[in-house]
Design a protein around this ligand. Structure first.
Ligand code: DGJ
Length: 752
């Protein structure tokens, strides 16, 4: 890893073993991306890669060569005007509302070991300065005193570049930012597919892949949260890039609020990719001397396919974005009472469920919504974080101690950002709800959002939740958030600053998370937002795992977890086995298949064990025994996507996880619909050590008896055979013995 400055050609070469990112200065004095791809030799100059040509309809400034046109220049932090018609990174107005035609010129740069934090925002970090190097490039507009710092961090061990920008008003009069993106990357051509992860409640992060075309294509959120509709992360993949082969860039924004990621193909096939806070609804008053920090953007590059790119993000996010004692610790197997009881429970009922859970091998019992105030449905009590003594006569503490006495850890659900109009908190502080004109407020799930842009609200919540956490032995918190933000108005902000609301809300949220996770550093925080409505890199910096989706159906989860796995490590994905018929889609899948899919994450249950048959309970006991034996591989192994819901007819999904030392691996295959007389086939495994001999076992799973899978595949096999010849497919089910939809297989591999 190195960041080199060549004074003779005035170019900056940011480099590690995986890629080079080369910045040169354009004739107008602004930085330009000359190259971003596989690592190039450090000693060469690459300034020739910034190409210039005079073309019809081009414009140029009188003092510069006619062949220098900004409309197709590759600009590191573009502004509108002077002939660049693509979207800009920065838009600034003066006090009168006049849009400033900025001219941001290079002033110098600073190269430092390590990676400084970003004030008020989550970001990736180093544990030792030698892990990474950071360069800050200083730009300045002389006329208006607008200064921009572009920060680039390169890690030694990850094919990842971390970027963000700082904007400073070095003058004395206030300015207004209407747009301040985190980063723009101008690429030379447009033969890319844009891959996005889109959806809705209960079907989050479905993969959508489309070719770039001339013009603008973008994803965004204006919902106050990163959203279930679009995840703040995209890929640009070559048209022929597959899981195993080909070039791909990945871009993920470390942010949990309104965002925009845009790809614009210009008139000459150039592609501008930009990401940051959504300019829609955003405006920020920057006082004289004021500084605005943009969120971090993580950019990955590989020429070895999609799986390799995902593995880089998994490592970075798991090792240098998530933090705290739980980052590297095995996550407990939990049982959550939500789908078992919803709001209808008593202490006695909960203790019966907890005791059954303990008997099955569960490690943590989580009490979900409905334990506080007068909350018997979703119409009241958010904000009143005191136990409902009708349900819990001994309070949270009494219940928690009894759960601990059973030999389980105790976890609790909260939704701190919300207030019910029917609550004591709302009676006292109606002005704390977002949206200052009360009769124009919108309810979502019967609730309002507390105005976290106000420091006094954050202080109040830190104290209230802190008191709750100190009141009982609580080892785990599920932090939920069940609506999106509307009416972005705050009584805490002056009229001319209402455009700051959305971003200030996110800053308040991060501050609240920071205080609580720092004070209660032993508590495992799991984020949730009606499932995956705020499952993003920003939240991951505070909560090392998140509830992937409210949809617990095994078939639906194949797509959801497949999409989620593009950026987020298995340890971050809360995945549970629930009862059938499934509460979201009504489907009945075998319990073995529900577990096979949920194993590849932070595993747990979402059901009442007392409602199951003896044989189902035996099966769960066996699942838990098995998961404990393989937990390290499931949660922290290297994940390979082998065949997905978007391959072929999508009927089969395969993925596998390999331990860091490659001595153990576990493979899952789920077949959605049964096929009579199935075709023969092979599936090659990945990531093994070719020279190891592995003992391949097939774990029994219903409804398939696995006879052929065992006969053909079990036994001692060399790693290279498994990766080249693969497993043999097509036997199970041909003779009618193994009929049944939603079958799954789990293969385990252990080096001999
Ligand atoms: C939405 C969550 O995603 C569920 O798991 C559950 O906690 C409910 N909220 C409770 O209201």
């Amino acid at each position: 890893m190195s960041i080199l400055w060549r004074e003779d050609t005035r170019e900056l070469h940011i480099r590690n073993d995986f890629f080079s990112y080369i910045i040169v200065l354009l004739p107008n004095g602004e930085p330009s991306l000359a190259y971003f791809g596989p690592a190039l030799a450090a000693e060469e100059s690459y300034s020739r890669l910034a190409r210039f040509e005079d073309r019809a309809l081009s414009t140029h400034t009188p003092d510069l060569p006619t062949e220098f046109c900004l409309d197709w220049a590759r600009r590191e932090y573009p502004v509108y005007g002077r002939g660049d018609f693509r979207f800009p990174a920065l838009e600034v107005q003066d006090q009168r509302g006049l849009p400033l035609l900025l001219d941001l010129r290079y002033q110098g740069h600073l190269i430092r070991p390590g990676k400084p934090p970003i004030e008020g925002l989550p970001s990736t970090y180093t544990e030792r300065p030698q892990e990474a190097e950071t360069v800050t490039v200083f730009l300045r507009d002389e006329t208006w005193g607008v200064e921009v710092e572009l920060h680039y961090t390169v890690y030694a061990d990850y094919p990842i570049l971390a970027r963000h920008a700082t904007v400073r008003n070095s003058g004395s009069s206030p300015l207004r930012l209407n747009r301040a993106l985190s980063a723009v990357i101008d690429l030379d051509d447009d033969s890319w597919d844009l891959v996005q992860f889109s959806g809705a409640w209960a079907r989050e992060r479905h993969l959508v892949r489309r070719p770039l075309v001339q013009g603008s294509q973008s994803i965004s959120s204006n919902r106050g949260v990163s959203s279930a509709q679009q995840n703040p992360a995209v890929l640009l993949a070559r048209r022929d890039t597959t899981e195993q082969f080909g070039e791909v860039y990945g871009l993920a924004l470390v942010y949990s609020g309104n965002f925009s990621i845009e790809a614009e193909v210009g008139s000459h096939g150039d592609t501008r990719l930009g990401a940051g806070i959504n300019p829609f609804g955003f405006s920020w008053v920057l006082e004289g001397g004021g500084v605005f920090e943009t969120p971090e953007v993580i950019v990955g590059y590989t020429d070895r396919g999609l799986t390799a790119l995902s593995q880089s993000f998994h490592r970075l996010f798991g090792e240098r974005l998530a933090r705290g004692v739980w980052r590297d610790r095995a996550r407990p197997i939990l049982l959550n009472n939500w789908e078992a009881t919803y709001f209808d429970f008593t202490e006695e009922k909960l203790l019966r469920i907890a005791s059954d859970a303990k008997d099955l091998g569960v490690e943590l019992f989580v009490l979900d919504d409905g334990w506080f105030g007068e909350r018997n449905d979703d119409t009241s009590s958010l904000g009143d974080w005191e136990a409902n003594l009708k349900k819990l006569p001994h309070g949270v503490e009494g219940l928690a101690r009894k759960v601990e006495a059973l030999g389980l850890k105790f976890g609790l659900w909260i939704e701190p950002e919300m207030v019910s109009p029917r609550s004591q908190l709302y009676q006292v502080h109606p002005d704390w709800a977002v949206g200052s004109i009360a009769d124009r407020r919108t309810l979502g799930r019967n609730q309002l959002v507390l105005d976290l842009s106000r420091p006094e609200v954050v202080d109040y919540l830190a104290a209230a939740i802190g008191k709750l956490l100190r009141s009982a032995p609580i080892s785990y918190i599920k932090w939920d958030m069940n609506r999106q933000l509307t009416e972005p108005l705050s009584l805490g902000l002056p009229l001319d600053r209402q455009g700051e609301f959305f971003h200030r809300y996110v800053l308040g949220l991060y501050e609240l998370y920071r205080r609580l996770t720092e004070e209660f550093s032993g508590v495992l925080f799991e984020s949730c937002s009606a499932g995956g409505n705020r499952f993003d890199p920003g939240i991951l910096a505070y909560a090392p795992q998140g509830w992937v989706s409210d949809d617990t159906d095994a078939v639906e989860r194949l797509r959801i977890q497949w999409g989620t796995s593009f950026f987020y490590p298995p340890s971050s994905m809360g995945a549970h086995v629930s009862a059938v018929p499934n509460h979201q889609v009504g489907r009945r899948t075998p319990i073995g298949t529900r577990s096979a899919v949920a194993f590849f994450g932070a595993f747990g249950y979402e059901l009442d064990p007392g409602a199951l048959s003896d044989s189902e309970r035996d099966e769960i006991r066996e699942q838990i025994r098995f998961y404990k034996e393989w937990r390290e591989v499931f949660q922290f192994g290297t994940l390979y996507r082998l065949r997905g819901p978007y391959d072929g007819d999508g009927n089969e999904v395969w993925w596998m996880s390999v331990s860091k030392d490659k001595r153990r691996a576990v493979v899952q295959r789920t077949q959605i619909l049964a096929r009579p007389n199935p075709p023969f086939g092979r599936l090659t495994l990945r990531g093994l050590d070719g020279a190891f001999r592995y003992r391949v076992s097939v774990r029994p799973s219903s409804p398939v008896k696995n006879e052929a899978s065992i006969r053909w595949n079990a036994g001692s096999r060399r790693g290279d055979e498994l990766m080249r010849a693969g497993l043999l497919l097509g036997g199970d089910g041909w003779n009618g013995v193994n009929r049944g939809d939603f079958a799954s297989w789990i293969f385990t591999l252990e080096a001999e």
